[in-house]
Design a binder for this molecule. Sequence first.
Ligand code: THU
Length: 127
Amino acid sequence: MKYEEMIKLAAKASENAYVPYSKFPVGACVLAESGKVYTGCNFENSSYGMTICGERNAIGTAIAAGERKIRAVAIYSPKMKYCVPCGACRQVMSEFVSSEGLDIILKTDDGIVVKTLQEMLPDSFEL
Ligand code: THU
């Protein structure tokens, strides 16, 4: 799937975000090594720390479907033109990097920017 198309799916997923506290919707689209895509949105809780980011929701859906290798993650928020993943989500992504690496696809005014997880989380912790 084209990375531009993944941003569209992430934008669609952001429409289902449950964000009564921050009012900051986020959608994510995961491309697994299998070629299948999975989407997710953030959902918040009155106990704020229980909030799950859009990226981790999409990754969890991919894992529940049996995927273990992720090729790319697209991220979209209608509230921010260049919505980067938080540190927690970068660490979670680092667990499932595909043999070709993991691209992070971000929306800008002009189109998309593609970064690698390696760029966004250098020297990451692993066991
Ligand atoms: N959020 C995400 O979904 N992904 C990120 O990478 C950054 C933050 C969510 C969490 C919370 O629901 C809202 O955005 C504001 O922090």
